[in-house]
Design a protein around this ligand. Structure first.
Ligand code: NAD
Length: 503
């Protein structure tokens, strides 16, 4: 091994991870633990408890009691605002520590941990943003429809016990996108982080307690999806499941919701296109943005990455040259080294999956421009894959259809706007899209025609107050903004005649 994360583990004082049930941190009922191996070095990072079905039951019942009988949903708006704003400040104070823990969890380099869209800073801002809704979102008083003298009013009430299930790739922002609106609305929560990014989430939960949440309002269950996660989403006392992860598990969430009509929010995968027109303001920059999304930071393990570059034939060579240039300068290694730009793939399964897609691309006739292999030498212990570009891709090839979740860009040529839009929409997903053009009317025309939840015209930035989510099989509902807050509420109608007319 040429580099090690061990000294950082010591410096961060990493301890074994515990569950949080009813305000108390403890091990699992049967003492079982998960051992986390670092994705860049294969070193053992640490252990955390695997919650059994009984532990999950305890956690959900605690959240149920805190919702049905506890103070949190009954607090005045001011008190909830105070706790959530204090939490935002605590996150900012602990940003460096949390970034370090993330680097131990999923191997995301410290350099990328500072990029706003997935940072601790945006997580803190998301808590501030949702705290802002608490005293502003209410119901309405409606005029009588058929005349007469009565009141028809609506109230917004918290939806109840929320199961928040997180993926491993962007734990700060996704923790915040679920817990901030849920807690702001007055819900109670059982959170399950990914088994591949638990240590930083455990710390985020500890800080929530420090911010002053009453016992039982947030509970934490760690462990694998197939056991701990499944017990949580299937629990009959959960009112709402808020899930971010793969499309396959998203379908299991929908099935699990059926028995007791749980409310469901889903943020799933994507195969988002970038449409690069011949009049793009800067073709080279567009290419580097697309390639950057599938290499820098998360090595393409990002749901919104523009992994299908649809490029007008007139600028195809220029696009490919710039994308290849960027692929050549990406640096790998110890995530604690400030010069390192990209992370390893999260585990062996993901490594095998990505290499399998690269083989498939070549078998189906796509042209490998660069990359296409696992990194060896100094990087052999980690799950590193070289930035990979496929050219001459047809949209019916597997590399253009399936979410690879790795550093692979599929470049599909087009000849005119209609063809570009048709290819862009020829997908089961609909998370995001990029449009590169200097023609403003074309930009909005295409933005209206592309069926995706988030469209960037010559650029894109995640922000706390902006709705985030997808069309089609990329999900259900949105995170961020007022509609996300409302998704953690139920609408109640209350009517009252003011005379005897309706009685
Ligand atoms: P995953 O679906 O494997 O796991 C997500 C979570 O679900 C984890 O906590 C996991 O333990 C749990 N889980 C797994 N099996 C389960 C089961 N049977 N029952 C209950 N829970 C279960 O996803 P991942 O590999 O952690 O993350 C990558 C995926 O997440 C990609 O598809 C990516 O596109 C998607 N993602 C989407 C967004 C978005 O906002 N749309 C953001 C980030 C990631």
């Amino acid at each position: 091994m040429v580099f090690t994360v061990q000294p950082h583990r010591e410096a961060l004082g990493l301890k074994d991870g515990q569950l949080l049930v009813d305000g108390k941190f403890r091990g699992s009922g049967d003492g079982a633990t998960w051992t986390h191996h670092h994705p860049a070095t294969a070193e053992v990072v640490g252990q955390f408890a695997i919650a059994t079905d009984e532990d999950v039951d305890d956690a959900v019942r605690s959240a149920r009691r805190a919702f049905d009988e506890g103070p949190w949903p009954r607090y005045g708006a001011g008190k909830r605002v105070q706790v959530l704003r204090k939490y935002g400040d605590l996150l900012r104070e602990h940003a460096d520590e949390l970034r370090g823990l993330q680097a131990l969890d999923n191997g995301v380099p410290l350099s990328f941990g500072q990029i706003y869209g997935t940072s601790v800073a945006i997580a803190a801002d998301i808590f501030d943003h949702h705290a802002g809704w608490i005293d502003k979102v209410g119901g309405e008083t409606l005029p009588p429809y058929q005349g007469g003298d009565h009141l028809a009013m609506t109230f917004r009430e918290p939806v109840g016990v929320v199961a928040a299930v997180l993926p491993w790739n962007a734990p700060f922002v996704l923790f915040a996108q679920k817990l901030a609106p849920a807690l702001a609305a007055g819900c109670t929560v059982v959170v399950k982080p990914s088994e591949y990014a638990s240590f930083c989430v455990i710390r985020m939960v500890e800080l929530l307690i420090e911010a002053g949440l009453p016992d039982g309002v947030v509970n934490l269950v760690t462990g694998p999806g197939a056991s701990t996660g499944s017990a949580l989403i299937n629990h009959p006392l959960v009112d709402k499941i808020s899930f971010t992860g793969s499309r396959g598990v998203g379908k299991l969430v929908v099935e699990a919701s059926a028995g007791t009509s749980k409310r469901v929010s889903l943020e799933l995968g994507g195969k988002s296109p970038a449409l690069v027109f011949a009049d793009a303001p800067n073709v080279g920059l567009a290419a580097m943005t697309c390639m950057g999304m599938v290499t820098m930071g998360l090595s393409g393990q990002a749901c919104v990455a523009h992994t299908r570059a649809l490029v007008h034939r007139d600028v195809l060579d220029e696009f490919l040259a710039s994308a290849e240039m960027l692929a050549g300068v990406v640096t790998f290694g110890n995530p604690f080294d400030p010069a390192v730009m990209a992370s390893p793939l999260i585990n062996q399964r993901q490594l095998d999956r990505v290499l399998g897609y690269i083989d498939k691309g070549q078998e189906e006739g796509a042209r490998l421009v660069t990359g296409g292999k696992r990194l060896d030498g100094d990087f052999a212990e980690g799950n590193f894959v070289a930035p990979t570009i496929f050219a001459d891709v047809r949209n019916d090839m597997t590399v253009a259809r399936e979410e690879i979740f790795g550093p692979v860009l599929a470049v599909v040529p087009f000849d005119d706007e209609d063809e570009a839009v048709r290819i862009a929409n020829d997908t089961e997903y609909g998370l995001g899209a990029g449009i590169y053009t200097t023609d403003t009317r074309r930009a909005f025309r295409v933005a209206k025609r592309v069926r995706a939840g988030m469209i960037g015209i010559n650029g894109f930035q995640l922000e706390p107050h902006v709705p985030f989510g997808g069309f089609k099989q990329s999900g259900l509902g949105r995170e961020g903004g007022r509609s996300a807050y409302e998704a953690y509420t139920e609408l109640k109608t209350v009517m009252m005649p003011l005379t005897d007319e309706l009685m």
